[in-house]
Design a protein around this ligand. Structure first.
Ligand code: ZN
Length: 326
């Protein structure tokens, strides 16, 4: 019998990723398949169980060599009860007992958590936050997902809704958010809103090199906005700068809430690298408090898309080490 491994599954609207990882976070095997979400929860769960079987078989090991299964999934969900309440982008997932279903099909002790928490745990365990004990991760995508790690553990809160930092209010009476609030961080600093804001301004008659892309019926994404901003397009530069400013305001609020050592930025917008980081750091310094010099380090994810699946294996190891798996 070889080294023990943990299984991680990252369920997304587009892909399901599965991996086997050692206790040191080394990936022994990784696999990916399309979610085919329109089929509803049953067939997707069958696919997940099948991926578990394939991964175990691919390494020529037995179920006894696997300490357990960690699963990251979009929510809202209950980690405590292992239930998915609903998924915004996947139909047919109302009150699904995912943890029990996977335990029954795979025979492995299973733990479920929110995908953003799991990705944050991945960065904490093996990524940008390796060696850090207090860390916050923000994923800048369609919205802003986030996870908070306190003393090496995921913060969940009493109602299991802690760390919804995309809905920090950074602009009171600002833009309405899909959540019912106004002025949420994700309305200002997510990749989707970056492009939406550019399109709005162009439709209002502002000139921009980006209008050529729209006229051709092309997709306008964060990448195009960043490229145009770098080339000096005034509108793209203005919108990018505003996103960086509001992100910095969000980071300041995060600092006051959790006092982390590190803030890790990931997702589409983080691919801008230093073009993002230098501005966010500057605005955070300029607008942050001046009462002490200790500021969290703001950095970029090093695991990228693998943070979720590695974090899923990581929460399985953490569950095992803290006795949750018995
Ligand atoms: Zn909101």
């Amino acid at each position: 019998m070889g080294e023990k491994l943990a299984l991680g599954l990252d369920l997304g609207g587009t892909n399901i990723t599965g991996a086997l990882a050692t206790s040191e976070g080394k990936i022994a095997a990784i696999t990916r398949r399309k979610t085919q979400a329109s089929r509803g929860s049953g067939p997707v769960i069958e696919d997940m169980a099948e991926m578990v079987e394939h991964l175990i078989a691919s390494q020529g090991i037995s179920r006894d060599d696997v300490i357990g299964l960690g699963v990251g999934a979009p929510g809202p969900l209950s980690h405590r009860d292992g239930i998915i309440f609903k998924m915004a982008n996947l139909p047919g997932w109302t009150n699904v007992r995912l943890r029990r279903a996977l335990l029954e099909r795979t025979g492995l002790p299973t733990i479920l958590d929110n995908d953003a928490n799991v990705a944050a745990f991945g960065e904490f365990w093996m990524g940008a936050g390796k060696g850090v004990r207090q860390m916050v991760a923000l994923t800048l995508g369609t919205g802003i997902g986030s996870g908070v790690i306190i003393d090496g553990e995921i913060l969940r809160g009493h109602f299991e809704n802690a760390a919804e930092l995309g809905h920090l209010i950074v602009h009171a009476r600002g833009r309405p958010c899909t959540c019912g609030q106004r002025g949420c961080l994700e309305q200002y600093a997510s990749a989707a809103n970056l492009t939406r804001h550019c399109v709005e301004l162009i439709r209002e008659g502002r000139e921009s090199s980006l209008s050529a892309i729209l006229e051709k019926g092309g997709e306008l994404g964060a990448k195009e906005v960043v490229e145009a901003a770098k080339e000096g397009d005034p509108l793209a530069a203005e919108v990018w700068d505003e996103a960086c400013y509001f992100l910095a305001i969000g980071c300041i609020n995060v600092q006051h809430s959790f006092n982390p050592q590190m803030l890790v930025l990931s997702g589409g917008m983080s691919k801008a690298g230093d073009f993002l980081l230098s501005r966010v750091r500057r605005y955070a310094r300029e607008h942050g408090w001046k009462l002490c010099d200790d500021q969290p380090e703001i950095s970029i994810s090093v695991l990228g898309d693998d943070a979720g699946v590695l974090g899923a294996a990581g929460i399985a190891w953490a569950a095992r080490n803290s006795g949750v798996f018995g």
